[in-house]
Write a protein that binds this ligand. Structure first.
Ligand code: PLP
Length: 379
């Protein structure tokens, strides 16, 4: 049975990216490798919509979150951390690990943050930064980034944003929205293998980082990445194979074109949501702030996670993601990002209908696929 993964990372790689991983090693301090890195930086600036420098870090997305926080924060500094899911709630843990004080702005899982709540937290704090997860992968919510960027700038705080499941799949205007440190990882919408984290850093943030005498990191101190960037290299031995793969993934992204890619993700997401509703399922995320890269769907009353995800995996070879923490066993998530295409999505929705029908869920078999077909064949 052919195996398919439609989880929010890691994602299936294209054949060209897979073969690039087998490229022979080269010296990492050579003009040939510097040229590969330059290509990656150009591609990253394109997808990030930024003129800023982008640090390429060996480590998963969380390593880039760690780098952002540890480079900016010194002991005792306050940081306003917007919650709302597993990843938003990861920032305060990192802030505390480096001796900072996290000021939480709680957000109910499945809802988007209210800018007024952020304003109110800001007015009571002299925090150095605001952290937010743009596309909350654990809930399928897309938060408003532009408004939070405006609040950060107005209050002279840095805006640190986790864009791990939006960059490469949705519109992320790093410069346009004033994101000071914008983070992503290789294995989500960029369609590269896991193991690389990225941080685009604004001039405002570089100023803070280079004058921060109280920071505690070493390997992940962004200041050393900037020094190396100026010489077209990285501070430590990079994961060459992953960078060979990244270069090809970014070239494929550019060939598709960012606008087309965003439109494709939005179509897949709309088709998934409309199909779910037609299958008599409920969406978990606030429909006004639904993610375009991952959709969270409630497991219907009377059914279990193994009735849905378990059967999809055992009978059709399809892996979807489950719920995390407080929503474990209550939702499942479809990652429709990176190289997922219309035919693959239609196949997965069709298999989902078949397992739901077998589990006794009340709906009309075929209604979901039909709704998705209507969406995907519209202009
Ligand atoms: C995947 C992900 C991360 C990073 O997780 P890693 O496992 O460290 O790569 C961070 N934020 C979001 C929103 C994610 O989806």
């Amino acid at each position: 049975m052919k195996k398919r993964i439609l989880i929010p990372g890691p994602v299936e790689l294209s054949p060209a990216v897979r073969s690039a991983l087998a490229t022979p090693m080269m010296g990492h301090r050579t003009p040939d490798f510097n040229a590969i890195l330059e290509e990656c930086w150009n591609g990253l600036r394109y997808v990030y919509q930024t003129k800023n420098d982008v640090a390429i870090i060996t480590g998963s997305g969380t390593a880039a979150m760690d780098a952002a926080v540890s480079s900016v924060v010194s002991a005792g500094d306050e940081v306003i951390c917007i919650g709302g899911g597993k990843f938003g709630e990861r920032f305060p843990k990192i802030v505390r690990a480096f001796g900072g004080k996290a000021v939480n702005v709680p957000v109910e899982w499945g809802r988007a943050v209210s800018p007024a709540d952020v304003e109110s937290a800001v007015s009571k704090s002299d925090a150095v930064a605001i952290t937010m997860t743009h596309n909350e992968t654990s809930t399928g919510v897309l938060h408003d980034a532009e408004e939070i960027g405006r609040i950060a700038r107005k209050n002279n705080m840095l805006f640190i944003m986790d864009a791990v499941t939006s960059i490469g799949g949705d519109d992320v205007r790093t410069d346009g929205w004033g994101v000071d440190i914008c983070i992503t990882g290789s294995q989500k919408c960029l369609a590269a293998p896991p193991g690389l984290g990225f941080a685009a850093v604004s001039e405002r943030a570089w100023n803070v980082i280079e004058n921060n005498s109280g920071k505690r990191g070493f390997y992940l101190d962004l200041a050393s990445y900037r020094k190396s960037l100026k010489k077209s290299t990285t501070p430590f031995t990079p994961a060459l194979s992953l960078i060979y793969g990244l270069r090809v993934a970014l070239a494929e992204l550019r060939a598709e074109g960012l606008e087309n890619r965003i439109r494709r993700h939005r179509m897949l997401a709309a088709a998934t949501r409309e199909a779910a509703l037609a299958m008599n399922l409920e969406l978990f995320a606030d429909p006004t702030h639904a993610s375009n890269t991952v959709t969270a769907i409630k497991i219907p009353v009377g059914l279990t996670d193994s009735d849905v995800r378990g059967r999809l995996k055992d009978e059709y070879g399809i892996l979807l993601a489950g719920g995390q923490e407080s929503v474990k066993g209550k939702i499942f998530r479809i990652g429709h990002m990176a190289n997922v295409d219309n035919v693959e999505l239609l196949g997965v929705l069709s298999a989902l209908e078949m397992v739901l029908a077998r589990a006794g869920h009340d709906f009309t078999l075929g209604a979901g696929v039909s709704a998705a077909q209507s969406r995907l064949s519209s202009l």
